[in-house]
Ligand binder design. Structure first.
Ligand SMILES: C[S@@+](CC[C@H](N)C(=O)[O-])C[C@H]1O[C@@H](n2cnc3c(N)ncnc32)[C@H](O)[C@@H]1O
Length: 196
């Protein structure tokens, strides 16, 4: 596996495929994988947001254990970003994982890592989470997806509408979506979903 040389490191596609193969083998074998190594699967312009915006490895590992215990079959990550959480849970579980995100550059990063890992149980939808049904999922995951709306210093890019009123709209919409979920459905959050 290649050495970590800092945020600007850019691997060739061939190196990324080899890295993904090694990371998958390590994760499935229960060996430690650091965020720094995993994040080398992303280009620096995606990796720069990792610290604040992408679920850390140790949290995704814990989530995978919980999902297994709860026998979750179909998970939706609302605001899946570059797909880091989705890829880790799809590698570690017998589970169908779907991620939905709005930004084109994150959509292509997510599709790339799905291909690097060759995951047939992972699917990405490009668009707003509220433009799709959540009903087929028995677990919905949120890593505080709407926080960017009311925290200008956390803006990823100004390529989607961002405003505090939109934050409240999204939280309200989430509440009504969750009320419509099948009885027994699960909600998993990391730093909440913005509401109660
Ligand atoms: C904190 S990041 C979490 C990313 C990913 N879930 C993870 O855990 O690594 C939240 C993401 O949600 C996205 N997001 C916010 N509102 C959204 C919406 N209405 N539809 C789709 N994605 C949204 C943001 O653009 C951001 O990429």
């Amino acid at each position: 596996m290649s050495e970590w040389h800092g945020d600007a490191q850019r691997l060739t596609q061939k190196q990324q495929v080899t890295l993904a193969h090694n990371l998958k083998r390590k994760m499935k074998g229960g060996l430690e994988v650091t965020d720094e190594h995993f994040d080398l699967l992303f280009s620096p312009d995606v990796r720069q947001y990792s610290h604040f915006h992408w679920t850390p490895m140790h949290v995704a590992l814990k989530a995978s254990e919980i999902l297994k215990d709860l026998k979750v079959e179909r998970l939706l990550d609302v605001g899946s970003g570059c797909g880091k959480f989705c890829a880790i849970t799809a590698i570690l579980g017998e589970i169908q994982v779907t991620g939905v995100k709005q930004r084109e550059f994150l959509n292509s990063a997510a599709k790339k890592i799905r291909n690097f890992f060759q995951l047939s149980n992972l699917n990405f939808v490009h668009g707003s989470a509220f433009d799709m049904s959540w009903k087929e999922f028995d677990c919905i995951y949120f890593f505080n997806p709407f926080c960017e709306q009311k925290t200008p210093e956390r803006h990823i890019r100004n390529d989607v509408p961002l405003s505090e009123p939109l934050y409240h709209t999204f939280v309200q919409l989430t509440h009504s979506r969750l009320r419509e979920q099948k009885k027994g459905s699960r909600v998993m959050t990391f730093h909440g979903m913005g509401g109660v």
